[in-house]
Write a protein that binds this ligand. Structure first.
Ligand code: KG4
Ligand code: ZN
Length: 397
C-alpha cells in the first residue's frame, strides 16, 4: 500500500480544523480552532458568526497544521475537505479554500462526508485497534457504527471491499440528537455551553437513581410484518434510509421531562442565580459550576445522563444483535462521554462484541478524521472536480 500524506480540512460547524494524516492512521498534525467563546453568549452555534470565524481562522490553521507536520503545501499528496452535512456557509469556507489549494498546487481533491469522518476517527492511531489486529487479524465486518454528536444520532452498518467503504443507515433520531439534548438540558439548568462536557463531569457528583426518566421506545416493524414494513419504507424513502428493521432514537421528550421537573420542583430561582453567578466569572471552570450546583441539580444531571446512556447503549446493542455485526464503533462528540464509554464496554463485553472509540480528543469535530476517511478514496482515485459544492443535508451511503 503506498504511503500518502493527506491534508484534511474541516469547517462544518463551529470548529475550524486542519490536519495532516499519513496513510489514514498516523496523525502528523491536528489543529483545531474552537469557536466556543464566540457562540457561548448565545448558548448555541450562530451560523453567520460561524462562517465569519472560519474565514478568519482557515489560513492560519492550515499553515499551522503543515508546520506542525513538517510538511509544505507542495509536499502533501492530496487535499481532503468536508462536503457535508453541516452549515452551508461554514462548509463553503473550507471547500473554497481546499479547491483553491488543489487548483493552485495541482493536487487531487477529495470530498468527505463529515459522518464518515467521525467513523474513521476510530481508526486513527488506535493502540487497542492495532493490538486487536495483531491478535485476531483484520478488523471484522460488518461493523455497526453509532455516530452520536450535536447534530446526529445515527446507526450505520459499514462494509469494506477493495478500499470502498459503504454504509447503510439502520436508525436515526426522530427529533433531537443526543448531544443536542445534553446541550439543551445544560442550558435549561443554567450550567453553561456546550452542555455535554459539563454534564459529563458533574454527573459523578449526583445520584443517578434520584429522578426517574423514561425515553419513548420507537417501535420498529418486525421483518415479517409486511404491512408495517411497507409503511416504514414509505417513511424511509423520504428520509433516505433503507430496507430492514430500524432502530430509531428520540430525545426531545426527556428534555421536556427535565423542564417539567424543574418547574414542579421550583428550581427556577436557583437556576437563575447560578446563571447570573457564572456569567460574572471569566471562563468558569468545572469547580465553579460544581460549587454553584445544589444537590438536587447534581442528582438531576446524573439521572438525565444515566437515562441517555442506557438508551443509547441498549438500542445500539439490540441493533448489533439483529444485524449480527462483528464489531462496534462509537464516535462523534457524545462518544467523549465517560459514562457512555464505560457502559458500552461493559454491556458489549457481555455480548462478546468488541467496541472501539476514538481517542477522546478525536471524538469531537476535527480534521484528522477527515484526512483519515479520505485515504481509502485516495487509493481508489476517488477525486472530485472543481464543480463540487457543499451539501448541507448530505446523507452517508
Ligand atoms: O461531533 P461534535 O463535535 O459536533 C457535531 O458534529 O455535532 O459534537 C458536539 C456535541 C455537543 O452536543 C456536545 O455537547 C457533545 O457533542 N459532547 C458531549 C461530550 N463532549 C462533547 N456530550 C456528552 N459528554 C461529553 N463528554
Ligand atoms: Zn461532528
Amino acid at each position: 500500500m503506498p504511503d500518502a500524506n493527506i491534508l484534511g480540512i474541516e469547517s462544518s460547524c463551529d470548529e475550524t480544523g486542519a490536519a495532516v494524516v499519513r496513510s489514514g492512521q498516523q496523525i502528523l498534525s491536528n489543529v483545531v480552532a474552537s469557536q466556543i467563546a464566540t457562540h457561548q453568549p448565545y448558548g448555541g452555534v450562530v451560523p453567520e458568526l460561524a462562517s465569519r470565524e472560519h474565514l478568519r481562522a482557515i489560513v492560519p490553521v492550515v499553515r499551522q497544521a503543515l508546520a506542525d507536520a513538517g510538511q509544505s503545501y507542495q509536499s502533501v499528496d492530496a487535499i481532503a475537505v468536508t462536503q457535508g452535512p453541516g452549515l452551508a456557509g461554514a462548509l463553503l469556507v473550507g471547500i473554497s479554500f481546499a479547491k483553491a489549494l488543489a487548483f493552485g498546487l495541482e493536487k487531487p481533491l477529495i470530498a468527505v462526508n463529515h459522518l464518515e469522518g467521525h467513523i474513521h476517527a476510530v481508526l486513527l492511531g488506535q493502540r487497542q485497534m492495532e493490538q486487536r489486529q495483531r491478535e485476531n487479524g483484520d478488523l471484522q465486518f460488518p461493523v455497526l457504527a453509532l455516530v452520536v454528536s450535536g447534530g446526529h444520532t445515527h446507526l450505520y452498518l459499514a462494509e469494506l471491499q477493495e478500499n470502498l467503504w459503504t454504509y447503510r443507515n439502520i436508525g436515526h433520531t426522530r427529533d433531537d440528537a443526543a448531544g443536542e439534548a445534553f446541550d439543551k438540558v445544560a442550558k435549561l439548568l443554567g450550567l453553561g455551553y456546550p452542555g455535554g462536557p459539563i454534564i459529563d463531569r458533574l454527573a459523578p457528583y449526583g445520584d443517578a437513581h434520584a429522578v426517574k426518566f423514561q425515553i419513548s421506545q420507537m417501535k420498529h416493524p418486525d421483518r415479517r410484518d409486511h404491512k408495517a414494513r411497507d409503511h416504514q419504507q414509505a417513511d424511509h424513502a423520504q428520509l433516505g434510509a433503507e430496507d430492514g428493521p430500524n432502530f430509531d432514537f428520540s430525545y426531545s421528550g426527556i428534555k421536556t421531562a427535565v423542564l417539567r421537573y424543574v418547574e414542579t420542583q421550583g428550581m427556577k430561582p436557583r437556576i437563575e442565580a447560578r446563571r447570573r453567578a457564572l456569567a460574572e466569572i471569566d471562563k468558569p471552570a468545572l469547580e465553579d459550576v460544581r460549587r454553584l450546583s445544589d444537590r438536587q441539580t447534581l442528582n438531576l444531571v446524573a439521572s438525565f445522563q444515566r437515562t441517555m446512556v442506557s438508551d443509547l447503549v441498549m438500542k445500539t446493542l439490540a441493533a448489533a444483535r439483529e444485524y449480527e455485526v462483528r464489531t462496534l464503533f462509537v464516535s462523534g462528540g457524545v462518544a467523549a462521554n465517560q459514562e457512555l464509554r464505560t457502559t458500552f464496554e461493559q454491556e458489549a463485553g457481555m455480548q462478546g462484541l468488541p467496541v472501539f472509540f476514538p481517542a477522546r480528543a478525536l471524538s469531537t469535530d476535527n480534521a484528522a478524521m477527515i484526512a483519515a476517511a479520505a485515504f481509502p478514496k485516495f487509493l481508489r482515485g476517488d477525486f472530485v472536480g472543481m464543480d463540487f459544492s457543499a451539501e448541507a443535508g448530505m446523507a452517508l451511503r
